[in-house]
Structure formats: structure tokens, C-alpha cells
Design a protein around this ligand. Structure first.
Ligand code: ADP
Ligand code: MG
Length: 269
């Protein structure tokens, strides 16, 4: 199997064939309702975006899907299985990987070592390799890690320290690291934050390639509207922890509540 192939096919979800379902999720912090009755359905190999003003609950939603937060209400289903409340490492083992809004690399390790660290979540595979008579296959693991670097265009930088890469390349390395886990679904939290326009274009192409070439489902949280409108198939809009719109780029772009949330006034007002 190639290093970046998805693990398994989709199974029918409640609302048709979908790989990820979030049903009525809610969470509060102290008195603050960060998410309230949020639901979404993501089809396999979709490029699905979640947008909304700062503090609207986008990262919190990712934290719930990836097991960092346990919701006080609602469910998360992946491949039809309830994964609500599973700890992050078990969510990852199911095939859901994420990046973080703030870059989160091992700055003093090499680029290649960072990707090898991303293979860690494949605990079953490693255990199987450990008990095989030939032990672990370092050459194989390195080859897979290099394929991930190749995918993001960093194959010539493998032996450099991650901390020495440009901001744009560090964001690419984060994607290579999640690819090392052989994800079926990737959650990307503001992957183009801080990038210049040409880096953003490159990042958009890279993200589209994950879906088209590697058949991975991508859920994207993104601030840059030109990126979102350029690559998303479906968009969900949050405001103050609630879903205010969902649909195609056109539907969302012209939605009065979305315009109001972003511009603070109704269209035409
Ligand atoms: P976004 O990613 O859309 O900018 P967040 O999901 O980070 O927004 O935050 C949504 C709201 O929840 C914010 O008001 C934020 O302060 C609050 N919040 C998120 N995580 C925590 C936490 N661990 N403790 C307290 N408040 C939190
Ligand atoms: Mg956020």
C-alpha cells in the first residue's frame, strides 16, 4: 500500500454515504457556550470548509472531533462508528489526523524525523513489526516518510532542522507529518495563516491534491476567503458557536446572515 493511501472505504451514514457526522454537538466553558447544537455531514473525499469569525468555535469543533475535548451534548460518528469522547491517540488510530492553528513541530529535530514521528500513531502496525522475526523495517519507514515529504515538496530538505524552515515550509511539513499516519480524514486548522500570496496558492494546490490524488477527505478551517471560495466543495458557517449557514460557495457567499456576521450588517443595509 502506498504511504498515503486511505485505510478503508466509506460506509453508509445516516444521511446517505458520509464519512464524518457531527450530530448536535455542544460544549460550554464556564458560562460561555462555545458550540451549541452543531451538526455537519462530510462525504468521503470531500473538501469541506468550516468558516466563521474569530471565536465562533471552529477550533473547538476540531478539538471535539479529534478527541481533545469531550462535548457535553451530541455525537461524533466516523465511518458510522461513534467516536465521541475517544482520546486523541485512538481517534488518530481510526484514521483522523489534524494540524494545529499554531505550528506545532519539533523544531530541533530534522524534517525527516518530524515525519517519522507522525508514523507513531500507527501503533498496531509498529507492534506487528516488532514481533515479526525481522523486527522493524527502518528502511521501509524512512521510504514512506520520504514519500510524504515528496508529496508536500520538501524531499530535498529532509536533513534540515524543522525550525530552520520558512513558515510556509513548516506548514507543509505539518501536512507531511499527518500524511505519515495514513489518514482517511484530515482536519486542517488555518493552514495558510501567515503565508504570503504565492505560498497560499501553493498550499491550496497541495490541499486539493490530498483529495484528488490521495483520496483523503479534508475538513478545512480557514480565514482567507479567497482560499476557501477557491477550493471548497461545501462550506459550514459558524457564528457564536451556532451554525448560521451551510452549502456551496455561492450559497454561502450570498447568505445574508453570513454577510452580517462578517461585515456586521445585512446585505444592502
Ligand atoms: P475559533 O477557532 O473559531 O476562533 P475557538 O473555537 O478557538 O474559536 O473558540 C471559541 C470560543 O470558545 C472562544 O470564546 C474561546 O475563548 C472559547 N474556548 C475555546 N477553548 C477554550 C478552553 N479550553 N477554555 C475556555 N474557553 C475556551
Ligand atoms: Mg481557531
Amino acid at each position: 500500500m502506498p504511504a498515503t493511501a486511505p485505510r478503508s472505504g466509506p460506509i453508509p451514514g445516516r444521511g446517505g454515504v458520509c464519512v464524518l457526522q457531527v450530530n448536535g454537538v455542544g460544549i460550554t466553558f464556564g458560562g460561555l457556550v462555545a458550540l451549541d447544537s452543531v451538526s455537519l455531514e462530510v462525504r468521503p473525499q470531500a473538501l469541506f470548509s468550516v468558516i466563521g469569525p474569530n471565536g465562533s468555535g471552529k477550533t473547538t469543533l476540531f478539538n471535539i472531533i479529534s478527541g481533545f475535548y469531550r462535548p457535553r451534548a451530541g455525537q461524533v460518528l466516523f465511518d458510522g462508528n461513534d467516536i465521541t469522547g475517544l482520546p486523541p491517540h485512538l481517534v488518530a488510530r481510526r484514521g483522523i489526523y489534524r494540524t494545529f492553528q499554531n505550528i506545532n513541530l519539533f523544531a530541533n529535530m530534522t524534517v525527516l524525523e518530524n515525519v517519522l514521528a507522525g508514523q507513531h500513531c500507527q501503533a498496531e502496525t509498529r507492534l506487528a513489526r516488532c514481533i515479526l522475526p525481522f523486527g522493524r523495517n527502518w528502511a521501509f519507514e524512512q521510504q514512506e516518510a520520504r514519500e510524504c515529504l515528496d508529496r508536500v515538496g520538501l524531499h530535498t530538505r529532509a536533513s534540515e532542522l524543522a525550525g530552520n524552515l520558512s513558515y510556509g515550509d513548516q506548514r507543509r511539513l505539518e501536512i507531511a507529518r499527518v500524511l505519515a499516519g495514513k489518514p482517511q480524514l484530515i482536519l486542517l486548522d488555518e493552514p495558510t495563516a501567515g503565508l504570503n500570496p504565492s505560498e497560499k496558492t501553493g498550499a491550496s494546490k497541495l490541499i486539493q491534491g490530498l483529495v484528488k490524488d490521495l483520496k483523503i477527505t479534508v475538513v478545512l478551517v480557514e480565514h482567507d476567503m479567497s482560499v476557501v471560495m477557491g477550493i471548497s466543495e461545501e462550506i459550514l458557517v459558524l457564528n457564536h458557536g451556532r451554525v448560521i449557514a451551510r452549502g456551496s460557495t455561492e450559497e454561502v457567499r450570498n447568505h445574508p446572515q453570513v454577510i452580517e456576521a462578517y461585515l456586521g450588517r445585512r446585505k444592502g443595509a
